[in-house]
Write a protein that binds this ligand. Structure first.
Ligand code: NI
Length: 138
C-alpha cells in the first residue's frame, strides 16, 4: 500500500453538482473513492488501447440446436487457445446456452477473438468485459 496524497481540484460549480449526483447514484460514500475508481478505469482502458497483457471476459448466448453453430464456436476458441484461461458453459434451457470465456493475453488478440465469436451467424448475444491483470495498478 502506497501513501495517500491529498490534492486540490478546481472545477465549475455546475460540474461538481453533476458529479455529486452521479456518485450518489452509483452509491459512492465520498468523492475520493469515486475519483480513484475513475482513474483506475481510465488506466485499464489505456492498457487495452496500448495492446498490453490484460484479462477479460466474453459472454455468448446461442441455441446449440442451430446447425454447425457449436462447431464454429469451438473452432474459433481452439484457434485462440493461447489466450483462453477457461470456458464455462451453462445450459439455460432446452435450447439456449450461456458461455463465459475468461481470457488473458494481448488486448488486440482478445478483441479479435471477441469479434470472431460475435460475428458467427446465429449467435444471439455476445458480451465483452475489459479487465486488467492488476499488476501495474495500485
Ligand atoms: Ni448448452
Amino acid at each position: 500500500m502506497t501513501d495517500l496524497v491529498r490534492f486540490g481540484v478546481s472545477l465549475e460549480d455546475d460540474l461538481l453538482k453533476k458529479f455529486d449526483r452521479h456518485i450518489k447514484q452509483h452509491k459512492y460514500t465520498n468523492r475520493s473513492e469515486a475519483i480513484r475508481d475513475m482513474i483506475r478505469e481510465e488506466l485499464v482502458k489505456k492498457e487495452w488501447t496500448e495492446n498490453k497483457e490484460v484479462t477479460g471476459a466474453i459472454t455468448l448466448v446461442y441455441d446449440h440446436h442451430t446447425r454447425e453453430l457449436v462447431t464454429k464456436v469451438l473452432d474459433v476458441q481452439h484457434d485462440y487457445h493461447a489466450c483462453i484461461l477457461s470456458t464455462q458453459h451453462i445450459h439455460l434451457d432446452h435450447h439456449n446456452c450461456f458461455e463465459i470465456i475468461v481470457t488473458k493475453g494481448k488486448s488486440k488478440e482478445i478483441e479479435e477473438l471477441y469479434q470472431k465469436l460475435k460475428s458467427i451467424k446465429s449467435v444471439k448475444h455476445a458480451g465483452f468485459m475489459m479487465a486488467t491483470k492488476g499488476k501495474d495498478l495500485p
